[in-house]
Design a protein around this ligand. Structure first.
Ligand code: IPT
Length: 268
């Protein structure tokens, strides 16, 4: 009994935690997991991995690769002889999925900053090619607009600490005025904290920072990081449970997990 997992780089926070969760919950159901790690920009690589799984008679496949709706729909349609469940697609994609709500934690982050009196918020989403980064960005922008605000700046990153560091250096260099930063994930927020510290900008006294993910380390950043929690173990568990019982005739409902705001010391 084997389950397939197609994932982007396991060096990143979420993919590694999701893989660990999938392994654990699959084992409890007496399934082993075959992992195929691919380059995230390449839909052909996903199809190749699916073909390899098929040739090994693996017919239940979890796909944790950021996919825009047309690509996800095409993959699902081309592979209707196996059961594919998607972990990084838009809520309205129409494909079988277990994902996080891209709006509730992002809305709450903007609301909290506004309540604290912030009007100049710089947005540092993850990579532009990631559907989740796009959806989080869209939700920040909409939430700001509802309060009559426009972002002080938008600079994309690449999920890693270096990109958060580089983004803040760029804001400073371009003399952008900002009193708060919304980062695409906690690793980027860590890089941002480091660049702010180096520029003698105090967090949270001068600039507030909010991350996303709630990685295990985030409570130990200096200052401890306010963020949005993704329960990645719950995502793996729900995904395994759903894909294992799914048949072409009887597919369980999709699942949208909440992304919860976590208040710590990095905002004021
Ligand atoms: C998303 C994480 O929030 C981000 O930090 C990064 O690890 C990314 O995954 C990698 O693709 S969470 C994902 C389930 C949308």
């Amino acid at each position: 009994l084997t389950l397939g997992l197609i994932t982007t780089s396991l060096a990143l926070h979420a993919p590694s935690q999701i893989a660990a969760s999938v392994k654990k919950h699959a084992r409890e159901a007496h399934y082993q997991v075959l992992i195929s790690m691919i380059d995230e920009h390449d839909p052909l690589a996903i199809q190749q991995s699916i073909n390899e799984f098929k040739s090994q008679f693996v017919d239940k496949i979890l796909i944790n690769v950021p996919l825009e709706t047309p690509v996800a729909q095409a993959l699902a349609a081309q592979n209707n002889d196996v059961m594919c469940l998607f972990l990084d697609v838009a809520p309205d994609s129409g494909v079988f999925h277990v994902i996080f709500d891209p709006a509730n934690g992002t809305q709450e982050s903007v609301k909290r900053l506004h309540e604290l009196g912030h009007h100049s918020v710089a947005l540092m989403p993850g990579p532009q090619h990631s559907i989740s980064a796009q959806l989080r960005l869209a939700s920040w922008v909409t939430s700001l607009a509802e309060l009559g605000l426009t972002p002080a700046a938008i600079i994309f990153g690449s999920w890693d600490a270096q990109s958060g560091y580089d983004d803040v250096r760029q804001l400073i260099e371009n003399k952008v005025e900002f009193s708060a930063i919304l980062a695409g994930n906690d690793q980027m927020a860590l890089g941002a904290l480091s660049a702010l510290n180096q520029a003698n900008i105090a967090v949270p006294a001068q600039v507030s920072v909010i991350g996303y993910d709630d990685s295990y380390e985030s409570a130990f950043f200096i200052p401890s990081l306010t963020t949005v929690r993704l329960d990645l173990d719950a995502q793996g568990k729900e995904a395994v449970a759903r894909v294992l019982v799914a048949t072409q005739e009887n597919r369980p409902a999709n699942c949208i997990l909440p992304a919860e705001f976590v208040l710590r010391d990095s905002i004021l």
